[in-house]
Ligand binder design. Structure first.
Ligand code: ATR
Length: 303
């Protein structure tokens, strides 16, 4: 029987999820239907209930419903509860199990796509809202030398540092004192300042040559933060939604799974099937190009 899955967001027209997910399902021999749902603003729960009545088994959740999904879920994973947001849910009877892969997407993008291991690094996270909150534990799990969190409203950074200190070395430091703790190897802008073309008050000394400046805000190009990091001499600029895409790619593959875990496709029958699928889908592309497609789109399969 064909299982029913979807991604829900608003707007949702831009999503490639149905295409990617169907491709993976095909490549891994699963029979599923995967669609895109434009959820009505303020009507998330009703729309999800309707989807479940139609037989929906799982959902990926994107902006602006990640917090609504957190409230909707009956069972939150530890990661989702800590982040206060959800980007994948699966349904079993009355239960809605929820997970959050955003942090995984972020650390994967930095470590794999940018070949920038976080172990032993000095990391600075700007902001203490939802985006920062979701990133702290995944960063600490990679064992940085120190994670510093700076926020305009000092108490919010202090609260987060206290809460996450069980996971590793984390300190809240005011923007005005950052000079004394600089430089950092990685500076992540997890504030919403770039949405309004603003720059958080990060001192130029925070950046050094070879440092990676990472912007979490989606699709805003060279933001004031990335520009400032360039002028201050940061070696590399990255982000702008790549982490979100990586997280979705991970989440897209998981709704069928009990514990929602994934593993990278490197070899084995799933990868071979996917290569075969890419060959049929892109007959004119050469083998090298097809392998690149598989590498790009096919980082994970469900465990
Ligand atoms: P999100 O869920 O996207 O993180 P949020 O929860 O509203 O959004 O948090 C926004 C974060 O960006 C906050 O840390 C905010 O700082 P305050 O807690 O002091 O409000 C930070 N922020 C927004 N605009 C900023 C700016 N111009 N300079 C510095 N920090 C800014």
């Amino acid at each position: 029987m064909t299982d029913l899955y979807a991604v829900i967001g608003n707007p949702i027209g831009h999503t490639k999820s149905p295409w990617i997910h169907s491709a993976f399902a095909e490549a891994t021999g699963q029979h599923i239907s995967y669609t895109a749902i434009e959820g009505p603003l303020g009507g998330f729960a009703a729309r999800v209930n309707a989807f479940r009545r139609e037989g929906g088994r799982g959902l990926n959740i994107t902006v602006p419903f990640k917090v609504d999904a957190c409230e909707y879920a009956t069972d939150l994973s530890e990661r989702a509860a800590l982040a206060g947001a959800v980007n994948a849910m699966k349904f079993e009877g009355e239960r809605a199990f929820a997970e959050n892969f955003d942090g995984l997407g972020l650390t994967n993008d930095i470590q794999r796509n940018h070949s920038y291991p976080l172990a032993g690094k000095r990391v600075l996270v700007l902001g203490a809202g939802g985006a920062a909150r979701g990133a702290l534990r995944p960063f600490l799990e990679q064992k940085p030398a120190l994670l510093v969190i700076a926020n305009r409203t000092r108490t919010k950074a202090q609260d987060l540092a206290a809460k996450f200190s069980v996971y590793g070395p984390i300190q809240a430091i005011d923007y005005s004192d950052l000079d004394q703790h600089a430089p950092f190897d990685l500076v992540v802008n997890a504030t919403s300042a770039s949405l309004r073309g603003e720059l958080p008050p990060v001192p130029a000394a925070a950046f050094v040559r070879g440092c990676l400046a990472y912007e979490l805000v989606y699709g805003k190009g060279l933001t004031p933060f990335l520009r400032a990091s360039q002028s201050a001499g940061a070696g590399r600029q990255a982000g702008n939604g790549a982490a979100d895409r990586a997280a979705h790619r991970a989440a897209e593959l998981t709704p069928r799974q009990g514990d929602l875990q994934t593993r990278p496709i490197r070899r084995g029958p799933a990868r071979e099937r996917f290569l075969g699928w890419a060959g049929e889908r892109f007959p004119r592309r050469g083998r090298v190009r097809r392998r690149r497609i598989v590498k790009q789109w096919c980082r994970y399969v469900p465990i």
